[in-house]
Design a protein around this ligand. Sequence first.
Ligand code: 15L
Length: 279
Amino acid sequence: MTDLSRPVLLTGASGTLGRLLASRLAGLGWRLRLTDRAAFPDPVPPGCSFHALDLEDQAALVEVAEGCGLILHFGGISTEQSFDAILGPNVRGAYHVYELARRLKARVVFASSNHAFGLYERTVRLDHDCLPRPDGFYGLSKAYGELLARMYWEKHAVETVAVRIGSVLPAVPDERIMATWMSHDDLVSLMQRCAGTPEVGFSIIWGASNNSRSFWGRDDRERLGWAPRDSSDGQAAAVVGKVTSDPVAERYQGGRFVSQDFTRPDFVASAMFPGPAPE
Ligand code: 15L
């Protein structure tokens, strides 16, 4: 179990999920050290502090994190971008976070992503031990982060919960997200279990609510004693027919991330595409 009398480091605090977690976890009495390279756009919650820093600046990270017992690593790039844009924040940055965790003997919650698996087709249901199939450089960096976490557990006993986040949104906007949706409350309750579980070792969780149309199956939730309470099911009627006109995005779990810079010349004409090949 994490000792919540020690402060908790939250990277990526100024991002969408960072802001949500800052406000909700501070409301539960967590003492957060918020970090981001971008300014924190909200009032800093009581009991918390904000420190502008870049994940590539290892010395600054070490200084700010002194005394922390848990690291919620939500920092880095969260969209598909060039290899060079991803490299510093997501690859070197994650390494800095794990060296920090090793030094502090802290537990890490690693914000992984469904995009590490985005090139599985939507008809496939994945368990947590499936091989990564990243849908771009962003997804690739998340697959690397999970392997980094696993290495730090096996070599250095740094515990991690890797959360393969689907789509954390207030409501479901389209048909794809019927499968990937995670409610705000389910994300917060998961963070509570990540902190409160006595031993997590290296655990993997599919970060989604209890959606009947989910792409994902088994994971380590029983070990954490976590179960999502919300579901996208009741929102189905509102999103019927809300799909893209992009056949690549519609075929794969990663949606639009897959079709960015997708150049397979045989996609439409081959058996990869259902139905008869066009003339
Ligand atoms: C992610 O990993 C992104 O950070 C987020 O912006 C969404 O696109 C989400 O995945 C998703 O797949 O819906």
